[in-house]
Design a protein around this ligand. Structure first.
Ligand code: KG4
Ligand code: ZN
Length: 376
C-alpha cells in the first residue's frame, strides 16, 4: 500500500498543508498566503503571522485531506516544519501536527525548512524523469536564507548527506529584494515586482558595489552593502513625486500589472531596478563555479522564493556550468508543504521520528542543523 505523508508548513507567512505519496505524486497542496494581512506594514509582522496561522491551520489541513480524498487512517505519518522560522508561527504548525500525531497514533517527523526547499526540487526532478545526479550543489535563496550546500546520497535507500559550504553573513538575497522594493515604493514583497520591471531597465546603468569579504570563507555571501548602496543612490534622487504615484497606484490596485507599474516608474528607476537585480544574480552565481569544482558536482539545484526570479533562471542556464541545473516550478519555489512532506520520506524509511516534546528553532542553529544531518 502506498505510503502517504501529510506535510504541514507554518514557518513564516504561509500556512500550508500537502499530501504526497512514496511514488512522489502530489495528492494535494494547499497554501493560504497572509500577504494581504502584512502588506500595509511593509514586511511580515510576527504577531500577526502567528494569529493568522492559528486561524488558517485547521481549514488548510482539512482542505489538503479533502483534495487528496483521504481520511486520517490513510496517512502513514505527519511531517512538520520545526525551523528555522518565526517561533510563534512554527509553534502553531508544530503544536497542531503533534496533536494530530498523538490523537491518530501516527509518527511525527520534524523537518528542517531549508532541507524542504531542496527536497522539493529533487521530488520534481524525479517526476520529470530527469533525476538529480549526486553529488549536487544546492543554492537555497529565499527571504530568510542564502545557503550553499553540497548534497550527496550514496544510494536511493540511503539518507541524504549535507555539507554547508557557504551562507550569507548578513541579509538573505530575498531580504535584499524586499528592502530595495520597499525603498522604491513597490510594496512587499519586492522580489516579484523587481523581477517584472528589471527587463525594462539597463542592468549596467548603475554600479552597485558589494562588500568584498576579505576574511573567512570565500563561499560566503553578503548583501547588506547592497542595501546601503541602494539607499545612497535613492537619497541622491528626487523621488517624492514618483513614490507618491506608486503609493496611489498600490492603494487602488493590490496587484498592479506591468503596464501600471511602468506608468509610474521613470527610466532611471527602471535602470536602478535592473542594475540591482543584476548585482544580486552575479553575487549568487559567482559562488557556484568554484564550489561546483570543489565538490565535483554533477548537478546544481537552485531553490527558495528567489528561485522564481526569471533573471536568475536565465543566468543560471546561460552560464552553462557544464552540469544540469534544476529549478523548482514556481508553485514549489515559495513556501509550501509539498517540500515538507517530500523531505520526510527518507526520515520515514529510517524511522527517524520526533517526540511530542520536539522543539522549534528560530535559526539554523545547533539542534536545527542536527535535523538536517549537516556537516557544518
Ligand atoms: O521561500 P520564500 O517563500 O520564504 C522564505 O522562506 O523566506 O521566499 C520569499 C522571498 C521574498 O523575499 C520574495 O521577495 C522573494 O522570495 N521572491 C522573489 C521572487 N519571488 C519571490 N525574489 C526575486 N524574484 C522573484 N520573482
Ligand atoms: Zn522558505
Amino acid at each position: 500500500m502506498a505510503v502517504r505523508i501529510l506535510g504541514i508548513e507554518s514557518s513564516c507567512d504561509e500556512t500550508a498543508a500537502a499530501v504526497v505519496d512514496d511514488s512522489g505524486t502530489i495528492l494535494s497542496s494547499i497554501v493560504a498566503s497572509q500577504l494581504a494581512a502584512h502588506a500595509r506594514y511593509g514586511g511580515v509582522v510576527p504577531e500577526i503571522a502567528s494569529r493568522e496561522h492559528g486561524r488558517a491551520i485547521v481549514p488548510v489541513v482539512r482542505a489538503a485531506m479533502d483534495k487528496a480524498k483521504l481520511i486520517w487512517t490513510d496517512l502513514a505519518a505527519i511531517a512538520v516544519t520545526v525551523g528555522p522560522g518565526l517561533i510563534g508561527s512554527l509553534l502553531v504548525g508544530a503544536t497542531y501536527a503533534k496533536s494530530l500525531s498523538y490523537a491518530l497514533s501516527l509518527p511525527l517527523i520534524a523537518v528542517n525548512h531549508v532541507e524542504g526547499h531542496i527536497q522539493a526540487v529533487i521530488l520534481e526532478a524525479r517526476q520529470r524523469a530527469t533525476p538529480v545526479q549526486f553529488p549536487a550543489l544546492a543554492l537555497v535563496v529565499s527571504g530568510g536564507h542564502t545557503h550553499l550546500f553540497a548534497l550527496s546520497q550514496k544510494s536511493v535507500s540511503e539518507q541524504f548527506e549535507y555539507k554547508l559550504l557557504g551562507k550569507t553573513r548578513d541579509d538573505a538575497a530575498g531580504e535584499a529584494f524586499d528592502k530595495i522594493g520597499k525603498l522604491l515604493g513597490f510594496g512587499y514583497p519586492g522580489g516579484p515586482v523587481i523581477d517584472m520591471l528589471a527587463p525594462h531597465g539597463n542592468p549596467r546603468a548603475i554600479r552597485f558595489t558589494l562588500a568584498k569579504l576579505r576574511e573567512g570563507n570565500s563561499l560566503d555571501f553578503s548583501f547588506s552593502g547592497l542595501k546601503t548602496a541602494g539607499l545612497r543612490w535613492f537619497q541622491a534622487q528626487e523621488m517624492e513625486q514618483e513614490l507618491e504615484n506608486r503609493r496611489a497606484l498600490r492603494a487602488q490596485h493590490p496587484h498592479p500589472t506591468l503596464e501600471q507599474w511602468l506608468e509610474v516608474t521613470p527610466q532611471r528607476t527602471l535602470d536602478a531596478v535592473a542594475s540591482f537585480q543584476h548585482t544580486v544574480i552575479v553575487e549568487l552565481l559567482a559562488r557556484v563555479q568554484p564550489s561546483a569544482g570543489q565538490i565535483g558536482a554533477r548537478s546544481l539545484i537552485v531553490s527558495g522564493g528567489v528561485a522564481c526570479n526569471s533573471g536568475l533562471r536565465r543566468a543560471a542556464a546561460d552560464r552553462r556550468f557544464g552540469i544540469p541545473v534544476h529549478f523548482p516550478s514556481v508553485a514549489l519555489s515559495t513556501d509550501n508543504a509539498v517540500m515538507i512532506a517530500a523531505a520526510a520520506f527518507s526520515k520515514f524509511q529510517h524511522a527517524e521520528f520526533a517526540g511530542l516534546d520536539a522543539p522549534v528553532y528560530a535559526q539554523l542553529s545547533a539542534g536545527c542543523i542536527d535535523l538536517f544531518r549537516i556537516d557544518a
